[in-house]
Design a protein around this ligand. Structure first.
Ligand SMILES: Nc1nc2c(ncn2[C@@H]2O[C@H](COP(=O)(O)OP(=O)(O)OP(=O)(O)O)[C@@H](O)[C@H]2O)c(=O)[nH]1
Ligand SMILES: *[C@@H]1O[C@H](CO)[C@@H](O)[C@H](O)[C@H]1NC(C)=O
Ligand SMILES: *[C@@H]1O[C@H](CO)[C@@H](O)[C@H](O)[C@H]1NC(C)=O
Ligand SMILES: *[C@@H]1O[C@H](CO)[C@@H](O)[C@H](O)[C@H]1NC(C)=O
Ligand SMILES: *[C@@H]1O[C@H](CO)[C@@H](O)[C@H](O)[C@H]1NC(C)=O
Ligand SMILES: *[C@@H]1O[C@H](CO)[C@@H](O)[C@H](O)[C@H]1NC(C)=O
Ligand SMILES: [Mg+2]
Length: 375
């Protein structure tokens, strides 16, 4: 039986080869090979067709307002042209109010990929009962007098808290392991010819970024002390002691503000859904700094990533050209000029304010020395 089939296959193969030699027409075999085409990563290209299950359970996750439709389309156009037109990862749009029909129709028209629209549950976008809202109002006024950006905004604080502790719990992400965060008006300036989700999955990367900056200290006066108090009662949280030397310039005493700029993130949802991260978020949330100060999701994510993840589990997507006002990431290699339209001289990595990237890359591997300032 088996032998007969093998012989038949061999016969057909020889016949085809002969026919091709005779006709000199190599595209005669193309239809047979087409459905076996693979990407550089060895993935069957059929897996990247729209509406088909992808090699990685992943999606673009976008929190956005209806009023930002035009900026959203601009960002999507670039994501699609530079990457997703070939890969067709789905989009999940989230909003604290229902999306308008116009928003849904116009974003859906931008992509062949699956797209879903969800609302943020009210308990993920409101004041917890332990927050004194009168006091929170006084704090906002005080920050306004100090000239802090978004000092008076309540919605900005709900947004930061949602991105810190809730986005990964949204039911539309239940079947998803990795997310890629995008915002309206961001720009992607380089062709991306490989699947970053697959890179993360294969290499065990938990958190990917393009730009790492220093935070404005006046938005987070007590964040570091709160995180340290959490660690004191949950010492198992810290699995990467060298992370302290990235977060602090004085051995852990104070926070230097280093964080990954979270308007771009490609991350593992399992990391955020872990009991350790959830306990950390819960502790921060009870301390009230999302409302009494203006804690950003970027430093909240970054403190956890630096302390919970190993150096190699955090990846700088140096090769992804990216812009969110006012900073950009632009690949430096000469080869990149052929697939990018950004100016490498303007890449944030050269700038003091964004030197946290260099600092991460310089961290020692496998460092288990606890700095002096941390108990
Ligand atoms: N649905 C909804 N989305 C919001 C709200 N506030 C912010 N967002 C989204 O959350 C993300 C971050 O908000 P931004 O206003 O861009 O905050 P930012 O990046 O710190 O500040 P900018 O420098 O102004 O971009 C963006 O994708 C916004 O569209 C809100 O009240 N409702
Ligand atoms: C080559 O083969 C393809 C597929 O069989 C066919 O469509 C095409 O016309 C052929 N071309 C020539 C020049 O024979
Ligand atoms: C795309 O959406 C359809 C319809 O909602 C769904 O059945 C399918 O599983 C989705 N596919 C992917 C890959 O998300
Ligand atoms: C809430 O804050 C206000 C203003 O600071 C304060 O007067 C009030 O006592 C606080 N309420 C509670 C229950 O702590
Ligand atoms: C390990 O990190 C500590 C601070 O966290 C630093 O003082 C020490 O020099 C590092 N050790 C090595 C071998 O790099
Ligand atoms: C770090 O430690 C891990 C596990 O102990 C080991 O596999 C890896 O090779 C080490 N890396 C370096 C650079 O020493
Ligand atoms: Mg923004």
């Amino acid at each position: 039986m088996t032998f007969k089939f093998a012989a038949l296959n061999l016969f057909i193969g020889l016949l085809l080869a002969l026919l091709m030699r005779r006709s000199g027409n190599t595209s005669a075999l193309a239809p047979a090979l087409a459905h076996r085409a693979v990407t550089a990563d060895g993935i069957d290209t059929d897996m990247y067709l729209p509406h088909v299950a992808k090699p990685v359970r992943a999606a673009f996750v976008v929190l956005v307002r209806n009023s930002e439709l035009v900026g959203m389309k601009k960002a999507m156009r670039q994501i699609e042209d530079r990457f997703n037109g070939k890969f067709n990862y789905p989009y999940v749009f989230l909003n604290d109010v229902p999306f308008t029909d116009e928003f849904k129709a116009e974003t859906t028209a931008m992509t062949k990929a699956n797209i879903t629209f969800g609302e943020v549950p009210q308990e993920h976008w409101s004041y917890p009962e332990w927050i004194n809202q009168t006091y929170a109002g006084e704090c906002r006024q005080q920050m306004q007098e100090q000239g802090v950006f978004y000092a008076l905004s309540e919605s900005y604080r709900h947004m930061c808290r949602f991105n810190s502790g809730f986005f990964f719990r949204h039911p539309l992400l239940d079947d998803i392991d990795y997310y890629w965060r995008i915002e309206p008006d961001v720009e992607y300036s380089c062709d991306i010819d490989y699947d970053p989700f697959l890179l993360m999955q294969r290499k065990g990367i938990k958190y990917g970024y393009t730009i790492a900056l220093h935070e404005y200290p006046e938005t987070i006066p007590t964040l570091w002390d709160t995180a340290k108090a959490f660690v004191k009662s949950n010492p198992g949280f810290v699995r990467h002691l060298a992370g302290y030397s990235w977060l602090s310039n004085d051995g852990g005493e104070t926070y230097n503000g280093c964080h990954f700029w979270s308007n771009f993130e490609i991350g593992s949802l399992a990391f955020f859904r872990s009991p350790e991260y959830l306990a950390y978020f819960d502790y921060l949330d009870r301390a009230g700094g999302f409302f009494y100060e203006r804690w950003g999701d970027a430093p909240v994510h970054a403190i956890a990533a630096a302390l919970m993840l190993q150096k190699e589990e955090v990846h700088w997507f140096e090769d992804i050209g990216y812009y969110h006002n006012p900073w950009s990431n632009c690949p430096l290699s000469p080869e990149s000029r052929l697939r990018c339209h950004c100016d490498p001289a303007k890449s944030a990595v050269h700038h003091y304010w964004a030197s946290c990237t260099q600092k991460w890359l310089a961290l020692p591997d496998n460092n288990t020395t606890l700095p002096a300032g941390v108990e």
